[in-house]
Design a protein around this ligand. Sequence first.
Ligand SMILES: [Cu+2]
Length: 256
Amino acid sequence: MKHLSLLLLLFVALMLPGGRAQRQLLGHPPQVSARNGVAELTLTAASDVNGRDTWLFNGRAVQPEIRLSPGDLLKIHYVNALPVSPREPCDAPPCMNMTNLHFHGLMVSPKRPQDDVLDLMAMPGQSLDYELRIPIDHPPGLNWYHTHPHGESHRQVLDGLSGALVIEGIERYAPQVRNLRERVMVIRERENERRDGHVFTLNGAVRPQVAIAPGERQFWRIVNASADAYVDLELEGRQPMQWQTSTRSRRPIPTL
Ligand SMILES: [Cu+2]
């Protein structure tokens, strides 16, 4: 897919403007981390009550955040519970509601059972079992995972079938973030409810409020998980924000 990933390391020492109590606070998805070197989860693609594609994790419509360290093993049982007859259009008919996973940014094998987006494909009623070994020398940083069936991935990613995937260890390159409160922010371009326009969401909410104390510094990791939209980041308010890209071409920039 053609899309811009923003892999940013960002510090702020700002207060968001007041008077926004009506806004939803930024939420965070459940995290999946490794135990004894293995992170394991079951993810299900399904159709929600409005006919849109969604992921189910532990019975909830939510996109888990996966956190791994170099050397860890990631095991995902990916279930395609989408209806045989799609309820949404796709880019390249005939739409068959097939699905799979791509691990955007990870330096892992493109062969099954790892990041194989060409041969690994689940039709409705089928499932896939991924096993990815994170190389011991894998760069730390924020990556993401999303579906990648050609012709249908645009619709699925627009519906939000994507999540953040963090490789731990960034503090080795940027020790300043070691004790900061960290927030992972996933920007998604979504279709609005009327299906006549698009809107950006941050961790699933439209323009949520981020709690931060006066003078506090936080470590924000931001990824653009849109299907094909670019984003121009701006923090609402009067003061400028300081930010720095932490990775480029999947390599950390040790300049913070
Ligand atoms: Cu991608």
